[in-house]
Design a protein around this ligand. Sequence first.
Ligand code: ADP
Length: 374
Amino acid sequence: MTTGSQHIIEGQKALAEVLFNSIGDGAITTDEYGRITRINPIAQNILGYSEKEALGMWFPKLLAAYDDDGLAVPLIERPVTRAFVTGKIISERVHYKNKDGKLLPISMTISPIMVKNQPVGCIEIFRDITNEVEIDKMKSDFISLASHQLRTPLSAIKTYTHMLLDGFMGPLTKPQIKSLKTIVSASNRMNETISTLLNITRIESGSIVVAKKPVLIDQLLDEVINEHHLAAIDKDIKINFSHPSTKIRLISDGVVLKEIFANLLSNALKYTPNGGQVKISIKSTQAKLIISVQDSGMGIPLESQPNVFTKFFRADNVVKKETSGTGLGLYLVNGLVKELGGEVWFETKENKGSIFFVSLPLLPHIIKTGTVKK
Ligand code: ADP
């Protein structure tokens, strides 16, 4: 015979079961030992395991997780372990191998189930994002193709403009020279935007290749400063470069480093009013090099600071004054610095100036080559 309270408990259990099975994404719960206690029909469908096969199995054993490079995620780094150990909700993208051995891109959120501040299990909600990944790839391929196609006519425009400027087609009047210089600087800007777009698609698709070689950092920064010499003169801005007297050689990718510092320096010049100051410094510790690019410019408002490395973000104070800009530069810088195994951060005060720091490892280290095995 069942009592009234047993009836209520049974009723609640049945309701929980119905609710769980009605979740519109894959859902799995585990107990405190990581054993699967529930798996809803959508999860069974995505993964190819029946309820009978999954229940009682150790979650990490049934479902191996892989990163974007196709490497198995170690147990200690798995979201399920971290959620359990930290008691925090974790949202991430991983790859799960389904029963047929196929790797599926998955977007998941895992939450610890807390009872009296103790985790007694986890609940994971996830979905198969194969279609989104495919669409993302098509978008990247399109940008990559369009950028390549734009480069060819652009280089013809630049070549012929330079030939005109150099007098190969006869003498020019002052207004003609001025117009041609405007064409050169507009084509340079377009070239920079194209290379930013190409680099971003490379980072996002994981196809960027970092070529490790010895780089003399002060020489490289000198080159970047020279390339921005005219822009600095135009705004009457002095660029001060201070570095240790001994040459610092690091094993890194010179092309990527140039792209990083060209972006930081061009921002410093762009967002500093005429007559301002820009200072580039190098400091080294035993393990790393810290390069800073400081300006006496507009600074970044407090409320915008968390978004500075976000794609397409431009702060309100600059949008009002400076129309040229895509909001892609720092997003790219952040991605490139990570590819080199470094870090980027900043300090800033509105109307006083900003200082961007890049730290780079000095000791030989493993650099991601970005080869993707999907
Ligand atoms: P943009 O093409 O707009 O320069 P970035 O991605 O390079 O894009 O920078 C993002 C935003 O960060 C800028 O729009 C600006 O609001 C802010 N920012 C970046 N560098 C500076 C700087 N040196 N001084 C002031 N604001 C800056």
